[in-house]
Design a protein around this ligand. Sequence first.
Ligand code: AMP
Length: 604
Amino acid sequence: MPARRRSSKPLGPAACEGDARKLEFIEDMTANADEVQLRVLSEILKRNAETEYLRRYGMGGSTERKIFKERVPVVAYEDLKSEIQRIADGDRSAIISAIPISEFLTSSGTSAGERKLMPTIDEELDRKQLLYSLLMPVMNVSVPGLDKGKALYFLFVKPWTTTPGGLPARPVLTSYYNSRHFRQHPADPYTNYTSPTAAILCPDAAQSMYAQMLCGLLHRLDVLRIGAVFASGLLRAIRFLRLNWRCLAEDIRAGFLSSNTIITDPSVHAAITARLCCPDPSLAEFIAGECAVEDWAGIITRIWPNTKYLDVIVTGAMAQYVPTLEYYSGGLPMACTMYASSECYFGLNLRPMCRPDEVSYTIMPNMGYFEFIPLSNDTNESSTPEVSSENIPVELSEVEEGREYELVVTTYAGLYRYRVGDILRVTGFHNAAPMFRFVRRKNVLLSIESDKTDEADLQAAVDRASKLIEPCGARVVEYTSQAYTKVIPGHYVIYWELMLRNGGEMPGAKILERCCHEMEGAFNSVYRQSRVDGSIGPLEIRVVRPGTFEELMDYAISRGASINQYKAPRCVTFQPIIELLDSRVISTHFSSKLPSWTPRVMHA
Ligand code: AMP
């Protein structure tokens, strides 16, 4: 199928010759999207012709797209578990990839409560680096002068583990920041970060944050852009400043880290000591003055007045943070630059200064081979279409503007026709390459940070916790939930309507508090890890008075819902419904303990 070429405004003008080459690369890839996709697929199939996986499906060494699509099935993680387990256990034969799997990237998507393990190979780092190298040339088209200052990016690694076969298993960014691609990147004006590499690579989140914030404050007038990967990360940094500005200002005033500093990692200590070279009482006074003001509206621009934009993802689950970021930044533009996952880095936003609700990502056809399962217009949140003759996956060059699709990827690292779980809508084209709005993650009900809780997880957690109220003669008759992000960190709110048996009594506060803890213990490891590292706050149960869910149904029916098909929503986002629920709350309870989470040897 030939790529349908469409005209679109060329990118540019480029800020410099180097940028011009990068923009040309984007134009070339997007203009020849289908040719590039054919080449990528053929490369993947050729090098992996002898793998057990492709042989199993009778590819017979073919590199033909048609044959590939006829013979190799569209799969989900559960279908690959045994292959992944064998690799994790140390089988080095060519199971899915001719090039040995170098490590596993632990996705925030989970399987049986644990992070999914995504195979990767070393050369994928080159592809990631290439995609990163396109971001600034695109940004420079809209925002000139970024080479004249610094970037304050809050970047973190997480502790990692190894599989029984000895392969590292760690989050994708932990892998990238530890790679030579990041650590030994030749200096250029656009990687002039305020954070020392030692601080970024420190696995202790509190030390890392303290060091990064301190350096950001020291260079406050040089900072031209502020970012984190996700909006939730940047808000966490602001909260950290709110809690720690006195210590930070004190260290700046003194010109050295105080004797009881939390910075104990020697390399972070050394990096900070090199920067904190002399006392700066006036900077300390300024920071203390700004932070002591009760109202933190516009705090970002008050402290870093030359910031031109925030570089954070505020699409998908992160859209809920836009108003809070607007508040703290006094309305700075928010640039969502990239769309990526543990499976594969997908693409970039060619108009990064657009409004958050207008963000579209252009999938770069050189990153992997992409297919798209068309969704019918009535596909709702809970249904996950099976691939059938009605919704055969289409090519990157075949998607239609206005339609929604589920993304399927074939990677250089040995995933073939793998369902990523993201639903995207085509909003237009750049040359022959479609641009996609991120619509939602399949089956995700609640998300505060990278956690993803689906309806089944929530049901299982409610079932488990409600056992604790049975002895009182009480049970949960209805429930729903909300990702509550008006405070930092956000937390899950679960609304419970209880019913008492004859002679039953309302469970006391202590029992309901234990229910909160029990629910947290039932959630997957990403949730529990985020609770332990403080990026999600304690779960809250709000008990509503009897009859509340009946009222909710009346409300939905008054707005056109069918009585026959009505089901209580398991998550609410619509403000009037939240207000209705909140107005019926009779008691609130919080988890008072952290759920258990420990890094463990990874099994598929
Ligand atoms: P992980 O596998 O944990 O790295 O998570 C990857 C997932 O995060 C993707 O499949 C998306 O669901 C989500 N994601 C990544 N980038 C974006 C983005 N720019 N906008 C919205 N969601 C994103």
